[in-house]
Structures are given as structure tokens and as C-alpha cells.
Design a protein around this ligand. Structure first.
Ligand code: IPM
Ligand code: MG
Length: 353
């Protein structure tokens, strides 16, 4: 029997609630496909600050590095917002990504047919949208030096080296080969030198993928095109901060940010998490949508563990729950047959496995 060590970081806010449902579904997968999962929990974010005074304890770094993959909930909340920046949950997350070497962040944005009315855009614009944002995650302005702030000015630096651009470009082109063979690379090369280097490097790497068509777009135009005509995009390749912004925008095409998963892969291990945050306003109420996290577990099976059949079973179980009209509160206005809470949605998806 295949057996995997999965590190679990529940985090803050709704993190524990949504992770519990993903574990429920993985346990159903375990029975059906005869796969063994050993789950080990680690602390990170606000709960780690409360418990050990550090948003990213060393034990978490070591534990996750030694696991086959990590399933991650969400971190942060108002309670910790007044701490100095380097002690905040978000700093822990950035350090975590760096330690794990997860330079490639894959953020799909797809539209479930059943929810085509849930988007704020017209069904005719979004039906069939299936985008994969490939965001560089451990470089760019998030990490560049020099950075700082005094009483008069604040500064950060957007830096990319050629090897950093090359490795993320390879990820995007390889993904495109398995999809519709199109990459659109997003930059601000009309203004930024770092973007010109990005564009030149991506263009050079594209020669190694003659079956993939490469186009380039400025980030401001991309923000507009995502709303105007999102179906033109397949793989969208971009740097850290542009990817942060564009992936939130793309997520809204699907109708709810509560639906979308992500994978962060790279050098040392891989981390799977919903693209939404810890939603402190609804934490503890049991009403969060667990689908993004359950879908992240599916990505984990597919990309880290090579368990494609099990991943497909989860994807189909989610689709069936949608088709049967089960909706958490965020989507209850759209073709809802029964409004359900977080745990019930987990039960339904688990039983569909
Ligand atoms: C994300 C989040 C993070 C980011 C924050 C919480 C640091 O917005 O994962 O998109 O900016 O990368
Ligand atoms: Mg973000």
C-alpha cells in the first residue's frame, strides 16, 4: 500500500475548520484507493506566535521539509496586526516559502458550469474559463534588497536574476505543454528594467518549447483583459507581486474565492493551500467554504504524490456536490438546493468519493 507523510498546518481563523474537511476527504480517498496518509500537525502564524512567540518555529520548518507534502490552511488576523512587521504571521509565511524553496506558485482559476451565474461578470464572458496563473513566489519586490523605511521615505527593490526567471519560465512552458500550449507572460517592460530582463529571458527560454506559443502583455493591460475577455488566457506567467494581484482578480471569475486551490512547488518540498486567507470575520462559525482546501488536497495528490486517479475522484466529488446544488453561504444565492455549513460540505464531498 502506498504511504505518505503529510505535514498539516492549520493556522489561524478558518484554517482549522477547512483543513479538517480536507482531511475528512483524504480519509475517504485513503479507504477507496488503499492509500495510507500519516498526518502530522505543525504550528505557524498567529497561533505559533501565541504558543511559542515566533510565527515560524524551527520545528515546523524541519517537519515540513521532511514530509512528502504540506497541506496548509490560512494564517493571520487582526490580533497580530500591530506586531512589528518581522514578527507578524505574514512574515512567517514569506520566510516559510523561502525556506521551502517553493518558487513556483500555481493558481488555477476555473469556472464551474453550475456556478456560471455566481460571477459578477456575464456568463457569456466567463463560461469555460480555465486559467493557470504561474506566479514566481520567492523573489521580486517581496524579497529584494535594499528595503526599509524611515520617517521620511520607504523603499523596496524589485530584483530578478536570470536563473530565477529561467526556472519559473520552464515551469510555465511545461505546464502549457499539458494544457492548450499557450503562455502569456506578464510584465511592465515599458517602464521597469527588471521587467525587460524578464521578457528577454522568457523569450529566450521559449525557444526550447517550439510547440508552445508565447505572448507578452503589460500588467495593466492584463488586469483589463482578464475582465474583458478572460478566455483568451491559458497559462499566465508572472512575477511575485503582479501574480499576487492578478491571481486575486482571476479568482473572482469563478464567483467565489472560496473555491480556488493553489500549489507551491520548487526545490525542497511542495505546499498546497487555498488561495483565500484566514477570514477572521467568519472564523469559528463553521460556515466557511472548504472547497478551495479540498481542491488543494487534490492538487497535492496530482502534483506531489502522483495519485492522479485519487485526485480525479476528489475533483469529480466536488463537481457532483456543485451539480447536486449544495452551497455554502458564499454561493447560496446560486442554484442552491440545500444551504450547508463547512462540515456538511466536507461530509457530502467525502461521501461522493
Ligand atoms: C497570498 C497572500 C500573501 C502574499 C500574503 C498573506 C503575504 O496575499 O498568498 O497571495 O502576498 O503572497
Ligand atoms: Mg495575495
Amino acid at each position: 500500500m502506498a504511504s505518505y507523510n503529510i505535514s498539516i498546518i492549520k493556522g489561524d481563523g478558518i484554517g482549522p475548520e477547512i483543513i479538517d474537511e480536507a482531511i475528512k476527504v483524504l480519509n475517504a480517498v485513503s479507504k477507496k484507493f488503499d492509500i495510507n496518509f500519516n498526518f502530522t500537525e505543525y504550528l505557524m502564524g498567529g497561533c505559533a506566535i501565541d504558543e511559542c512567540g515566533n510565527p515560524l518555529p524551527q520545528e515546523t520548518i524541519d517537519g515540513v521539509l521532511n514530509s512528502d507534502a504540506c497541506l496548509f490552511g490560512a494564517i493571520g488576523g487582526a490580533k497580530w496586526d500591530s506586531l512589528p512587521r518581522e514578527l507578524r504571521p505574514e512574515s512567517g509565511l514569506l520566510r516559510f516559502r523561502k525556506e521551502m524553496g517553493v518558487f513556483a506558485n500555481l493558481r488555477p482559476a476555473m469556472v464551474y458550469d453550475e456556478l456560471v451565474d455566481a460571477s459578477s461578470l456575464k456568463p457569456s464572458v466567463i463560461k469555460g474559463v480555465d486559467i493557470m496563473v504561474v506566479r514566481e513566489l520567492i523573489g521580486g519586490i517581496y524579497f529584494g534588497e535594499p528595503k526599509g523605511k524611515d520617517d521620511f521615505k520607504g523603499w523596496n527593490t524589485m530584483v530578478y536574476t536570470v536563473p530565477e526567471i529561467e526556472r519559473i519560465a520552464h515551469v510555465a512552458f511545461k505546464l502549457a505543454q499539458k494544457r492548450s500550449k499557450k503562455v502569456c507572460s506578464i510584465d511592465k517592460a515599458n517602464v521597469l528594467d527588471v521587467s525587460q530582463l524578464w521578457r528577454d529571458t522568457v523569450t529566450r527560454i521559449s525557444a526550447q518549447y517550439p510547440d508552445v506559443t508565447l505572448s507578452h502583455m503589460y500588467v495593466d493591460n492584463c488586469a483589463m483583459q482578464l475582465i474583458a475577455n478572460p478566455r483568451q488566457f491559458d497559462v499566465v506567467l508572472t512575477g511575485n507581486i503582479f501574480g499576487d494581484i492578478l491571481s486575486d482578480e482571476a479568482s473572482m471569475l469563478s464567483g467565489s474565492i472560496g473555491l480556488l486551490p493553489s500549489a507551491s512547488t520548487g526545490l525542497n518540498t511542495a505546499v498546497y493551500e487555498p488561495i483565500h486567507g484566514s477570514a477572521p470575520d467568519i472564523a469559528g462559525l463553521g460556515i466557511a467554504n472548504p472547497i478551495a482546501t479540498i481542491s488543494s488536497a487534490s492538487m497535492m495528490l496530482r502534483y506531489s504524490l502522483g495519485e492522479e486517479k485519487a485526485a480525479e475522484a476528489i475533483d469529480n466529488a466536488i463537481k457532483k456536490a456543485m451539480k447536486d446544488g449544495y452551497r455554502t453561504g458564499d454561493l447560496a444565492a446560486y442554484d442552491c438546493v440545500e444551504k450547508v455549513n463547512c462540515a456538511r460540505m466536507g461530509d457530502i464531498i467525502a461521501s461522493n468519493i
